[in-house]
Ligand binder design. Structure first.
Ligand code: ADP
Ligand code: ZN
Ligand code: ZN
Length: 731
């Protein structure tokens, strides 16, 4: 065998291949090991890629030379590199793009490795002198803390939002940033051990995870408040005591300062958070701290599933059913599924926890693929909430709320409780209608003649916004068709409900709206909860309220309208609705305060509601799984969705026709090309082809055979296309 002479580099390009380069002058390929980043010329551009193989080069082919080797030692290696290769194969995506998705942005861009030493802040001489004379306020609170060194994670826990007052202290030259020593050794226990011992079901779960040897997937299936987090904490403590690292994935909205503080207080080691609120440097530093084994516990959202874990001992996926684990563009991975793949490769247990497990997960538990651990009761003395289906047909409604619902809110507030009013629609009203001629406001960029897309009314009727493409415009003062002034917002969104509740209860208690419009950023959400505190008050909001921040005083949940969700066509809509309802309802009632749930509907006889309310989530899941089996939907079939879009109608059709031809001889079912359920969005015509097979291997063999031709086809250049393996929905 001749010794290798070239570097095979994975580049972040939509081309399913590697690229050969010569090592820099005077270097052998061996000096640039697999897993190092390199900077290479590509046409007129310079790209950053990762060396993934050493090769021979083809005789007679002139190769370009690597411009710079960016790492002295491999950055992506071992299990992580192997798992990412697997993922690229599974998604039929270029390895270079998968690697780019896995690396934190700063490292992907080719920036040098940041310092992963931990930093802290402390008052300097001037600060200590100034302290006594400072006015009370957030900077002063922080300054008091900083009489001794506190590291940044510690500050997150002690004074959430500390970065703003810190800035003011820095500007006045009162603080300095210092390195803090390496991680303190694991102390065996945290400083805030619980005052209770695990109940028998929790103990069974803890023991089962403790006894697991090698890859063992668990489903920890327990209602909200049943003590799942306690089980994670004990399992993580075990893992730390064995000298191993733990990774905990949480949904986008679940990573509250409150949740982090609980982990930090209990585990006795620093807990590294990884989420979208951090800047690029912080993310890269945490990623590296994990790679170097400095970070022992990482708690993060979706992309944290890509952290290197050289000493892995345990993976946890909390709220495993949550839709935010699926990446919806670019590399369309599912973090829960990839966590399972990594746990297998790492040979460690993985715990999937949920009060409403995904049907796939329940199916895997049912077939014995996962060990099913159940927590059937709420921990401690907490009682399950009482759910009442409230038939609102023919009743007078006030911004969607019945008199009964308003009465229940009144009593809950009078008793000192907090109320959550749930409506899965942002804005003031979903439709603006002309009462005289029937005209209604549609999005010019999304509507088609057969499928008008209504624009949502915002700002009490002053603005219109399309929730599909974001298009905004002022609401017309009069009907564009008949000039009538009788334009009326129809239906209710969170804004309108808030206004109604504000006018009735706003004089006595805070009424706070929480949805994407009012709480774009993590901190804003936290502020809303801080404003409310433990006082009586009303929260109005969308599914953002279904989880996250713990609300011990919440005694009443009113679900205003879910009827839209009952009749959606997508195969997963029933599952999503059931999960949402159970999660929202689960927020009512804590240890000493029983909770009530009032579910308003115009369809009290709908089978989904009946099954859910009478039999609970598992009865619903059994019924739904039987339907899926009969209809040939996941988990009884395996799907992939090819999407294509363009400004003109023909190119997406042509591209998907080509795809269909490529897949013709495979043993798969093809549906389409058909217009997407939303046939036009943001001015793009959208077409899709569903590929389905009874078993996974058949599907993947077919896709593997067909995708190279799709990447290479001239038709592909005239569309934006994507392949979504295991799509969450068919939209
Ligand atoms: P989940 O994660 O399932 O929603 P948590 O772990 O957050 O549940 O537990 C809910 C509440 O019950 C927490 O306040 C927790 O401290 C408490 N708790 C958990 N386990 C027990 C137990 N065995 N006895 C008493 N209280 C418990
Ligand atoms: Zn009109
Ligand atoms: Zn639109």
């Amino acid at each position: 065998m001749p010794s290798p002479s070239t570097l095979r580099v994975a580049l972040p390009l939509p081309l399913p291949r590697l690229f050969d380069y010569l090592p820099p002058p005077g270097c052998t390929p061996a000096a640039t090991p697999v897993g190092c980043r390199v900077q290479v010329p590509f046409g007129p551009r310079t790209l950053c890629g990762v060396v993934v193989e050493h090769g021979q080069g083809e005789p007679g082919v002139a190769l370009k030379t690597v411009q710079a080797v960016l790492d002295a030692a491999p950055l992506v290696q071992g299990e992580l590199l192997a798992s990412l290769r697997w993922l690229a194969g599974y998604l039929h995506a270029p390895l270079g793009e998968v690697l780019a998705a896995a690396l934190p942005a700063a490292l992907r861009r080719g920036e040098p490795l940041p310092d992963s030493t931990r930093h802290g802040w402390v008052l300097n001489e001037a600060g200590r002198t100034a302290l006594a004379a400072m006015r009370t306020g957030k900077p002063k609170t922080l300054a008091v803390l900083l009489q001794t060194v506190h590291d940044e994670d510690g500050l997150d826990a002690l004074q959430p939002g500390w970065r703003t007052p810190l800035r003011s202290l820095r500007e006045r030259g009162l603080v300095e940033r210092v390195k803090v020593g390496s991680e303190p050794p694991f102390s065996g226990k945290g400083d805030a051990d619980p005052t209770f011992s695990p109940n028998p079901e929790q103990q069974v779960a803890i023991d089962a995870i403790r006894a697991a040897d090698g890859y063992t997937p668990f489903l920890l299936d327990g209602v909200t408040g049943s003590g799942k987090t306690e089980v994670y904490l004990q399992a993580i403590a075990d893992c730390l005591a064995r000298g191993k690292q733990a990774l905990v994935l949480v949904p986008e909205i679940g990573l509250t300062p409150q949740a982090l503080a609980r982990f930090r207080a209990r585990l006795g080691v620093p807990v590294h958070a990884l989420h979208s609120g951090l800047n690029d440097n912080e993310r890269a530093a945490t990623w590296l701290a994990a790679a170097r084994g400095q970070a022992r516990v990482v708690v993060g959202t979706r992309s944290a599933v890509f952290v290197p874990l050289p000493e892995a001992g345990l993976l946890v996926v909390d709220e495993e059913h949550d839709g935010s684990y699926k990446q919806f563009d670019g590399i369309r991975y599912h973090a829960r599924d990839f966590a399972l793949v990594r746990a297998r490769a790492l040979g460690v247990p993985v715990v999937l926890g949920s009060a409403t497990p995904a049907l796939e997960t329940l199916h895997n538990a049912g077939t014995g693929k996962f060990t099913h651990l159940r927590l059937r009761q709420r921990a401690g003395n907490a009682m399950p909430p009482q759910v009442r289906v409230h038939d609102v047909r023919k009743l007078r409604l006030h911004a969607g709320l019945s008199d009964d619902a308003l009465g229940a809110i009144r009593s809950a507030l009078d008793a000192g409780g907090q109320v959550l009013v749930f409506k899965n629609r942002r804005g003031y009203a979903p439709v603006l209608l002309c009462h005289d001629c029937g005209w209604s406001a549609h999005c010019p960029r999304c509507s088609t003649p057969d499928k008008p897309t209504a624009m949502t009314v915002h700002s009490h009727g002053k603005r219109l916004q399309c929730h599909h493409c974001g298009h905004r415009k002022p609401a017309p003062p009069a009907c564009p068709d008949c000039a009538s002034l009788g334009l009326q917002p129809q239906g209710n969104g969170t804004e309108r409900i808030e206004a109604e509740l504000q006018s009735r209860f706003g004089g006595e208690v805070p009424v706070i709206r929480i949805d994407r419009a009012s709480s774009g950023v993590r901190d804003a959400l936290q502020k809303h909860f801080d404003t409310l505190g433990h006082r009586p008050g009303i929260l109005v909001g969308t599914q953002m309220l279904a989880k996250g921040h713990d609300l011990p005083n919440l005694t009443l949940v009113v679900v205003v309208g879910i009827d839209e969700g009952l009749f959606s066509a997508d195969f997963r809509s029933g599952e999503k609705l059931a999960q949402l309802l159970v999660q929202v309802a689960g927020r009512a009632g804590r240890a000493d305060k029983p909770g009530r749930v009032l579910l308003q509907t115009h369809h009290p006889e709908h089978p989904l509601l009946l099954t859910l309310v009478q039999g609970g989530y598992h009865a619903f899941a059994d019924a739904e799984l039987a339907l899926r089996e009969a209809a040939g939907f996941p988990p009884f079939a395996h799907l992939a969705l090819l999407r294509a879009e363009a400004r003109q109608t023909e190119p997406p059709q042509q591209f998907l026709q080509l795809a269909k031809t490529c897949l013709r001889d495979a043993d798969v079912e093809l549906h389409g090309p058909l217009p997407a359920p939303m046939p036009r969005r943001a001015g793009y015509v959208r077409v899709q082809l569903v590929v389905s097979a009874r078993d996974r291997r058949t599907l993947h063999a077919a896709l593997a055979a067909a995708t190279p031709a799709l990447y290479a086809a001239p038709e592909a250049r005239r569309v934006r296309w994507s392949l979504d393996v295991d799509p969450l929905d068919l939209y």
